[in-house]
Design a protein around this ligand. Structure first.
Ligand SMILES: Cc1cc2nc3c(=O)[nH]c(=O)nc-3n(C[C@H](O)[C@H](O)[C@H](O)COP(=O)(O)OP(=O)(O)OC[C@H]3O[C@@H](n4cnc5c(N)ncnc54)[C@H](O)[C@@H]3O)c2cc1C
Ligand SMILES: *[C@@H]1O[C@H](CO)[C@@H](O)[C@H](O)[C@H]1NC(C)=O
Ligand SMILES: *[C@@H]1O[C@H](CO)[C@@H](O)[C@H](O)[C@H]1NC(C)=O
Ligand SMILES: *[C@@H]1O[C@H](CO)[C@@H](O)[C@H](O)[C@H]1NC(C)=O
Ligand SMILES: *[C@@H]1O[C@H](CO)[C@@H](O)[C@H](O)[C@H]1NC(C)=O
Ligand SMILES: *[C@@H]1O[C@H](CO)[C@@H](O)[C@H](O)[C@H]1NC(C)=O
Ligand SMILES: *[C@@H]1O[C@H](CO)[C@@H](O)[C@H](O)[C@H]1NC(C)=O
Length: 597
C-alpha cells in the first residue's frame, strides 16, 4: 500500500489550521483537514461514485469529498493493462474478501463474491465488456419509479454521455462491426472494439449466423436492441483500461480546488446530524469514517448539503443496515438500533449467473510470449496485452423461443421482448471452444443482510442461485440453444466433440442428477449485483416490496441522504452492468446539480 510522503503529511497537517480546502488526494484519514467542510460527501469511489465526484465538482460552487475504502488507482500499471483483468480480480488489495452464504441451489457452495476495492471500484477491475442492455430494462426503471424520465427515452441524453467511442489502436478497419449512430464520442470513458482483427473462428460465427434461421447478426449490442450475434465492445481507450477513476478523476480533475479524494478510508455508517432540524425527518448528513484497517480513532464528517451513497449494491445496502436503516425487526434482532424502518433495504438482490460448457476443436492454441507482449503494450499500447483475458470477440444474446413451454408455465421474467434471456459468450479458435451460458433474467432474488453490530463484519450475501424452478429449466434451454448454435454447417472441420455438461446425454433421473451436479460444481456469478435499494415512486411507502429510494434517489423518510449506484436499479439489466451504472450516475449528478443550483 502506498504511504504518504512525510512532506505531504506535513503539508496536510499544516493546513488543518486554515479553513481553506485545497484540491487533494489524501492517502489516509489523518491527512484530511480537521475543519474542512463539504457540500457533498460521496461514499464509495466506484463506477457511480467516481462519476458523481467528477460531475458534481465541475461546479466550482460545490465542495465535494469522495471517500473510498480501497487504494488509489493511480500509478498502478496492472490496473491499466487490459489483459491483467483476471490478475487484478485475484489481487486481495483490489477486491473485498466477500463470500456468499452457502447457496442451497448449488449444493451449499459458498461462492467468492468479487467486488472492486480500489478507486474506480468494479470499473477498475472488471472484464471491461461494454453492454447497455435493452430499452425494456430501462423502461422498467421508469415503471418502478412511476416516472418516465427514468425510461430509455427519458434517459437518452445520459446513455451516451459518459462514452467516448474510439478506434482501437492500430487502425484496423472496424466498419461493419458496430453502429456509429448509437455511440457517444464526447464522454470521458473510452469504449472500443478489440485491438485484434477477426480470426477464422469469428468468420465461422458470422457464417453460422447467416446460415441458421434461429440466430441473426446484430450490428451493435448497444442500440437498446441487443438480441443476436454481436461484436464485443470494451471499456478500453487507446489500449488502456478506462474506468470511472481514469475517466472522471484524471489528472485535470484532481487539480480542481473543490474536490477532495480520500482513499484507504472505511465508512462505518451514516448517522443523524446534530443541530437544528426543520421538520420531522431525521437529518442524515454525517458519515463516521476510520482507517481502512479499522485502527485508530473514528471521525465524523458532515455534508452541508447531502451524503450520497455509492458503495455498490452490496456496500450501500450494508452501510444502510449498519446505520439502522432497514427492516426494524431484523435489525433489532442483531442488536442494531433502528433509525428508519425501511423494509426493502438489502432485499431484491438480483444478479447474473453462468454455467460453463465446452467443445473440443481442431485448432492450435495461440502461444503468447508475455515478455514480448508486455513490451509491445508499454511501447505502443497494442498486442495481446491490449485486450482482456477471457471471452473476446463475439457474444450471442438470445431469448427463449416464442413457443417455449417455459414461457407458458411461468410469466416471462424479462423486462420485455427486446431483452434477451441468455448471454452466450463465443470464444474459440484453438483446441477448445468455451461458452459461458449466462441466465440474464433469473426469477431467484437474493438478499444482503448483516448479523453483527460491528460494521467491519462481512455482509451475508445470498444470491439464491437456482432456487426457482424457472431458472433451472431456463438454464437447460440456454445450454441446448448453445448446442444448436454449434451444430451448424459453419462448424464442419473445426468442432470435434461436445464436452458437456450435456442435459441430453442421459435423460434418466440419475443422468439428470449427474448433469446438475456438474453444473452446480462450477456455477458462478457474473458479479452484476443490483436491486438492494430499489427505486420507487415519489410518496410510496416503506413496506416490503415498496422500494428504498424515491424517484430522485432520496432515501425515504429521512433527509440529506441519497443512494445512486447499482443498488437502486430495480432488476439487473440484460447486459453487463457498468454502462447502466454510468447512465444512472450521470442522471443522478444532474438531478443533484438542479436541486442545489
Ligand atoms: C469481477 C467483476 C467483473 C465484472 N465484469 C464486468 C464487465 O465485464 N462489464 C460490466 O459492464 N460490468 C462488469 N462488472 C460489474 C461492474 O463493474 C459493476 O456493475 C459496477 O462497477 C457497479 O458500480 P457501483 O458504483 O454500483 O459499485 P462499485 O463499482 O462496486 O463501487 C463501489 C465502491 O465503494 C467502495 N466501498 C464499498 N463499501 C465502502 C465503505 N464502507 N466505505 C468506503 N468505500 C466503500 C468500494 O471499494 C468500491 O470502490 C464486473 C464486476 C466484477 C466484480
Ligand atoms: C472552490 O475553490 C475556490 C478556489 O480555491 C474557492 O475560492 C471557493 O471558495 C471554493 N468553493 C467552495 C464551495 O468551497
Ligand atoms: C444444504 O444445507 C441445507 C441446510 O443446512 C441442508 O438441509 C441440505 O441437505 C444441504 N444440501 C446438500 C446438498 O448438502
Ligand atoms: C472496411 O470494411 C468495410 C466492410 O467490410 C468495407 O466496405 C470498406 O471498404 C473497408 N474500408 C477500407 C478503407 O478498407
Ligand atoms: C520471449 O521473447 C523474448 C524477447 O524476444 C525472448 O528473449 C524469450 O526467449 C521469449 N520467451 C519464450 C518463452 O519464447
Ligand atoms: C455471522 O455470519 C457469519 C457467516 O455466516 C458467521 O461466521 C458468524 O459466526 C455470524 N456471526 C454471528 C454473530 O452470528
Ligand atoms: C482439422 O483441420 C485440418 C486443417 O484445417 C483438416 O485437414 C482436418 O481434416 C481437420 N480434422 C478434423 C477431424 O476435422
Amino acid at each position: 500500500m502506498k504511504r504518504p510522503s512525510s512532506l505531504s503529511v506535513f503539508v496536510a497537517l499544516s493546513i488543518t489550521t486554515v479553513r481553506l480546502v485545497r484540491a487533494a488526494v489524501y492517502q489516509s484519514i489523518d491527512q484530511l483537514p480537521e475543519k474542512a467542510s463539504y457540500d457533498f460527501i460521496i461514499v464509495g469511489g466506484g463506477g457511480a461514485g467516481g462519476t458523481l465526484a467528477g460531475r458534481l465538482s465541475e461546479n466550482p460552487k460545490f465542495n465535494v469529498l469522495l471517500i473510498e475504502a480501497g487504494p488509489d488507482n493511480e500509478g498502478r500499471e496492472d490496473l491499466a493493462i487490459p489483459s491483467q483483468n483476471l490478475a487484478v480480480q485475484a489481487e486481495s488489495e483490489y477486491i473485498w474478501n466477500w463470500w456468499t452464504v452457502p447457496q442451497i441451489g448449488v449444493n451449499n457452495r459458498s461462492i467468492e463474491y468479487k467486488s472492486g476495492h480500489v478507486l474506480g471500484g468494479g470499473t477498475s477491475i472488471n472484464g471491461m465488456v461494454y453492454t447497455r442492455g435493452a430499452t425494456d430494462d430501462y423502461d422498467l426503471w421508469g415503471k418502478f419509479a412511476k416516472d418516465k424520465s427514468w425510461s430509455w427515452k427519458g434517459l437518452a441524453p445520459y446513455v451516451k454521455k459518459h462514452e467516448k467511442f474510439v478506434q482501437p489502436p492500430g487502425d484496423r478497419n472496424i466498419s461493419g462491426q458496430y453502429d456509429p449512430r448509437v455511440h457517444g464520442y464526447k464522454g470521458p470513458v473510452g469504449v472500443s472494439l478489440p485491438w485484434s482483427s477477426p480470426i477464422e473462428f469469428d468468420t465461422r460465427v458470422m457464417k453460422n449466423a447467416e446460415l441458421q434461421d434461429e440466430f441473426d447478426f446484430n450490428l451493435d449490442p448497444n442500440s437498446g436492441r441487443p438480441i443476436g450475434v454481436t461484436w464485443t465492445q470494451f471499456t478500453i481507450g487507446g489500449g488502456e483500461r478506462s474506468s470511472s477513476a481514469t475517466g472522471f478523476l484524471g489528472a485535470d480533475v484532481r487539480k480542481r480546488p473543490n474536490l477532495t479524494i480520500l482513499v484507504n478510508t472505511y465508512a462505518k455508517r451514516v448517522v443523524e446530524t446534530i443541530g437544528p432540524t426543520i421538520g420531522l425527518r431525521k437529518d442524515i448528513r454525517t458519515v463516521e469514517i476510520v482507517q481502512r484497517s479499522g485502527e485508530g480513532p473514528s471521525r465524523r464528517v458532515t455534508a452541508r448539503k447531502e451524503v450520497i451513497l455509492t458503495a455498490g449494491a452490496i456496500g450501500s445496502s450494508k452501510l444502510l443496515l449498519d446505520s439502522g436503516i432497514g427492516d426494524k425487526t431484523e435489525l433489532e434482532a442483531v442488536g442494531v438500533k433502528s433509525v428508519a424502518d425501511i423494509k426493502d433495504v438489502g432485499k431484491g438482490l438480483t444478479d447474473h449467473y453462468t454455467a460453463s460448457i465446452s467443445w473440443n476443436a481442431n485448432g492450435t492454441d495461440p502461444v503468447v510470449n508475455t515478455t514480448e507482449a508486455l513490451d509491445l503494450w508499454r511501447k505502443d499500447r497494442i498486442g495481446p496485452y491490449a485486450e482482456p483475458t477471457g471471452p473476446r470477440h463475439q457474444i450471442l444474446w438470445s431469448r427463449l423461443p416464442k413457443d417455449s413451454q417455459l414461457l407458458k408455465d411461468y410469466k416471462d421474467p424479462s423486462a420485455g421482448p427486446n431483452a434477451p434471456h441468455f448471454e452466450i459468450t463465443l470464444s474459440g479458435g484453438g483446441s477448445t471452444v468455451f461458452a459461458f451460458v449466462v441466465l440474464l433474467t433469473p426469477y431467484s432474488h437474493g438478499s444482503v443482510r448483516i448479523n453483527s453490530t460491528d460494521p467491519f463484519s462481512p455482509p451475508l450475501i445470498d444470491l439464491a442461485f437456482l432456487t426457482h424452478p424457472f431458472d433451472r429449466a431456463a438454464l437447460i434451454e440456454g445450454v441446448r440453444q448453445t448446442k444448436r448454435f454449434y451444430s451448424g454447417l459453419a462448424w464442419d472441420g473445426y468442432l470435434t466433440g461436445f464436452n458437456g455438461p450435456d442435459p441430453d446425454a442421459d435423460t434418466s433421473p440419475a443422468g439428470q442428477e449427474e448433469f446438475w451436479d456438474k453444473i452446480k460444481a462450477d456455477m458462478n456469478s457474473f458479479f452484476h449485483p443490483c436491486g438492494t435499494a430499489a427505486i420507487s415512486p415519489k410518496g410510496s411507502g416503506i413496506g416490503r416490496g415498496e422500494g428504498v429510494v424515491d424517484n430522485v434517489l432520496k432515501v425515504k423518510t429521512v433527509k440529506g441522504l441519497r443512494v445512486a449506484d447499482a443498488a437502486v436499479i430495480p432488476y439487473v439489466p440484460t447486459g453487463h452492468s457498468q454502462a447502466a451504472v454510468y447512465t444512472l450516475a450521470e442522471r443522478a449528478a444532474d438531478l443533484i446539480k438542479e436541486e442545489w443550483a
